[in-house]
Design a protein around this ligand. Structure first.
Ligand code: P53
Length: 477
């Protein structure tokens, strides 16, 4: 009973949200570098290149680039067994289409991974976490262009070869399924480098095409990765969002199923090596006719993933009063409030039971080990006059979720590899670009305007999580 030996306790981040050093040592401009700061309900602006005078929070972030030794030491003090981060694509290929990689960028991650291993911390690495070279968006139209598959593969293979003895756990694309909300500029640009137009149907067609090229790129990477090191474990990474019907009205049930099909097919393809029937039928009927070749279908079968990496933040509830099942395109359009769950300060539903439900759904569907690579609460923290931070709300959130995770493991038999809460050190929010939406066990002194000393300090949750890891998840009090 309980979490298995060698369970990967740790924390998760993404390069662009904490490294800073956006133009250091030959790094190129990524999509994250052209996004301004937003707020709750205020979308981040995606500018045409970097414009002087605008506030781009990812440019400095929390300057992990210069602080990583200090930060990893703190992770080690908490007892981390693993550390999930990503490789900034533009540190390795500044424009994305170069013939040769940038040695200084490769060296940075060598040093970072060495620093982790010094403390027995296993790196867990996402290749593309919202960090596509901006040049690939401008010059090629992102993953709307088949050529970008080759650029991604070159990046993936370069990393696999270079770090083959330092990194064992990989993921190809972060939250590849988030672009099912294809009406969202931020999600489309960060996922696949697509800039949206005004026509929703065209945007939807673009999404299905780009996502197809991404699943092919992912499969090719998995295939090559296993040749480079047969011990590699390469996963999908999805933002798994279980969909609840608003009521027991059969129309709501059917709508929830349909929303699940619209949202969760990306990992179906990555796990099964083929498209689910409902998606094949839908894209055919809608006339999206994406360019899917017979060769692509072979590749998909050859490059299936080894495990399911997923983020879990919340569930989603849908009502047929908003959209009839047969008319549903983007699941978000049918979303209603769930009266049974509370929401965070940023209006995200808080639903620990939904995590157990999610783990069972994925286990039943995929028969693969799961890895919770993100979970957590974005909240405003207050620093007391003595410097302490009493984030009991964050502890309560994580405790409630871990209690459900334990039930999934102990009672339902779910095979779980590890747990890495999101933003283990405060960092720039992806969705809003804010610093004030904090997830960390470690506080970083910086505000939404970019002011602050960048000083790190331990929150109460730091000591709580340290105890959780030490007891291998037995002591959650
Ligand atoms: P933030 C929503 C919107 C943007 C990114 O999100 C998201 C999600 C989750 O559904 O995905 C992940 O920072 C992502 C991280 C991100 C984290 O959720 O908007 O993988 O990069 O920071 C939390 O609060």
């Amino acid at each position: 009973m309980g979490f298995k030996d060698g369970f990967l306790w740790g924390g998760a981040v993404a390069a662009h949200q904490l490294e800073g050093g956006w133009d250091r040592d030959g790094k190129g401009v990524s999509v994250a570098d052209v996004m301004t700061a937003g707020a709750n309900g205020v979308p981040r602006e995606i500018t045409k290149g970097v414009i002087a005078g605008k506030n781009y929070p990812n440019h400095e972030a929390i300057d992990f680039y210069d602080h990583y030794k200090e930060d990893i030491k703190l992770f080690a003090e908490m007892g981390f067994k693993c550390f999930r981060t990503s490789i900034g694509w533009t540190r390795i290929f500044p424009n994305g289409d170069e013939a040769e990689p940038n040695e200084a960028g490769l060296k940075f991650y060598d040093d970072l991974f060495d620093e982790c291993h010094k403390y027995g911390i296993e790196p867990v690495v996402t290749l593309a976490h919202f960090e596509m070279p901006y040049h690939l968006v401008e010059a090629y139209g992102g993953f709307g262009n088949r050529k970008v598959i080759d650029f991604f593969l070159k990046f993936a293979v370069t990393c696999f070869k270079r770090y083959k003895d330092k990194v064992k756990y990989w993921m190809t694309f972060n939250e590849i399924d988030n672009q099912s909300s294809f009406n969202n500029d931020f999600l489309m640009c960060t996922n696949s480098g697509i800039l949206l137009g005004d026509d929703p149907k065209e945007n939807e067609a673009k999404m299905y095409q780009a996502a197809h090229y991404e699943v092919v790129a992912s499969a090719l990477a998995v295939k090559e990765g296993h040749k480079i090191n047969p011990d590699f474990k390469i996963g999908t990474m999805i933002n798994f969002t279980p969909i609840y019907p608003a009521s027991s009205d059969p129309e709501d049930i059917l709508l929830a199923q349909r929303a699940d099909q619209r949202r969760n097919w990306f990992s179906d393809v990555q796990v099964w090596g083929e498209y689910p029937r409902n998606v094949e039928s839908y894209i055919e009927r809608e006339g999206f006719r994406p360019d899917i070749t017979a060769e692509d279908r072979v590749v998909l079968k050859e490059g299936t993933v080894d495990y399911i990496g997923f983020s879990y933040y919340h569930t989603m509830t849908v009502s047929a009063k908003k959209v009839a099942p047969d008319d549903l395109t983007d699941p978000r359009l049918a979303e209603v409030k769930n009266p049974f769950v509370k929401v965070s300060e940023w209006d995200w539903p808080i639903d620990p039971v939904g995590l157990r439900y999610a783990m069972n759904l994925m286990t039943d569907r995929y028969h693969l080990p799961l890895f919770i690579v993100e979970n957590g609460l974005g909240a405003v923290d207050k620093v007391e006059s003595d410097g302490s931070i009493h984030d009991d709300y964050r502890i309560a959130y994580l405790r409630a979720h871990l209690q459900e995770v334990k039930k999934a493991v102990d009672l339902d038999g779910v095979d779980l590899m590890g747990y890495t809460p999101w933003g283990c050190i405060d960092l720039v929010s992806a969705g809003t670009g804010q610093m004030s939406k904090r997830y960390g066990f470690i506080y970083v002194d910086k505000d939404d305007e970019g002011n602050g000393t960048l000083k790190r300090s331990k929150k109460d949750s730091f000591y709580w999580y340290q105890k959780v890891i030490k007891s291998n998840g037995e002591d959650l009090d």
